[in-house]
Design a protein around this ligand. Structure first.
Ligand SMILES: [Zn+2]
Ligand SMILES: [Zn+2]
Length: 366
């Protein structure tokens, strides 16, 4: 499923570097080291996890397609139709992701950054594809071939990338029809007037039709109402689940507890930091450690690229091992930045295993 994305990554990196240079020239200071590293970590994690689940979803899409109601030929019109329909489905999926606790527990990851730059588009929840593809399973039932769907989803993913920038202002007449960076900045706003607005992915018409549109006015405060202070990519994906479970304990009766997963998130995510959460705030990191983490990042990026390109020639066991190792690595960088106990010892062990894994991957891949 992510073949197109693999080839797009160098282009992504080019634009990110371009924006970083623009940031330095204009002194906007929209890039923070820890935040950028966490965004990229979450993106790497999402890509490698997606590689694991794509087999399951390819199977499911093909299975539904087998029982489709119609046979629709692969044409440019079919492609445009699927882009339109999937955009409509995405609007509702995204709206529910902000208004139902268990979907917000997945989606919250994308909103945790208090910065807003192109790397935020890489900050994707690790369970995102499982959630969104479950909504898209209806499409092949109407006779849309998997090839067209892959193209439409790739288009949808590419489109999200350019929305995450402060360097593009309002775009005149396009603002009426398309989702633009200005619309999407509003979506990432924690200001009261911007909450739960502008859910669209490609077309803004859905928000205008269903009453969730808000134009950008006052300066946007980016992030979520209760700031997420950690750089830990694993914690970013699980902490809201823990919040829901904590809330179920305060409710009586099995069905009441179960209902917590379907309630609106407002009661949980609002408010100040709780005691104990402050310890997640990243302490100042010495420059040598920044340098070390950047070098290790480049190594893990290379391993992740190699894995994504060669995944079809790897055994399932080796795939799982590589994915777990990559996730451990990005967790380890966060532990080093947060000066966690024994993080240096674990990092040494990780380096030894890295050497072994690189050897095994190079030998196994064809
Ligand atoms: Zn959102
Ligand atoms: Zn976004």
């Amino acid at each position: 499923m992510n073949r197109y994305l693999i080839y797009a990554i160098p282009l992504f990196l080019f634009f990110v570097i371009f924006e970083m240079i623009a940031d330095t020239i204009t002194h906007k200071k929209i890039y923070k080291f820890e935040d950028t590293i966490t965004n990229i970590s979450l993106g790497i994690g999402q890509q490698v996890i997606e590689a694991l689940i794509k087999t399951l979803f390819s199977f499911l899409f093909l299975w539904v397609y087998k029982y489709s109601l119609f046979t629709i030929p692969d044409t440019i019109w079919t492609f445009l139709g699927v882009v339109l329909v999937s955009d409509f489905i995405f609007y509702w999926f995204h709206r529910l992701s902000h208004t139902v606790n268990f979907l917000w527990a997945i989606h919250i990851v994308h909103h945790q950054s208090r910065e807003f730059n192109l790397t935020v588009s890489l900050r994707q929840p690790w369970l995102h594809k499982i959630a969104v593809f479950s909504f898209y399973l209806v499409i092949p039932f109407f006779g849309i071939s998997p090839a067209i769907m892959v193209l439409a989803f790739a288009f949808q993913t590419f489109y999200q990338f350019w929305l995450h920038t402060r360097f593009i202002g309002k775009l005149g007449i396009l603002e009426n029809v398309l989702v633009t960076p200005s619309h999407h900045r509003v979506h990432h706003g924690a200001n009261d007037i911007y909450l739960d607005k502008n859910y669209g992915n490609t077309l803004i018409i859905w928000d205008k039709l269903f009453g969730t549109f808000r134009a950008e006015g006052e300066p946007v405060v980016f992030g979520i109402t209760r700031p997420f202070m950690s750089t830990n990519p694993v914690w970013a994906n699980i902490y809201f689940w823990k919040e829901i479970v904590r809330m179920t304990k305060t409710r009586k009766g099995f069905f009441n507890k179960l209902r917590t997963f379907f309630l609106r998130p407002a009661g949980i995510s609002a408010g100040k930091l709780k005691a104990g959460e402050e310890e997640n705030i990243t302490p100042a990191v010495p420059i040598w450690l920044n340098g070390y983490i950047i070098v290790q990042y480049l190594v893990i990026l290379a391993v992740a690229f190699f894995f994504l390109f060669k995944q079809d020639s790897l055994s399932f066991l080796l795939k799982i091992t590589a994915v777990l190792f990559i996730l451990w690595s990005i967790y380890s960088f966060s532990a080093l930045m947060q000066k966690k106990k024994n993080s240096i010892l674990w990092e040494l062990i990780r380096i030894v295993i890295l050497c072994l894994l690189v050897y095994v991957l190079l030998t196994a891949a064809k």
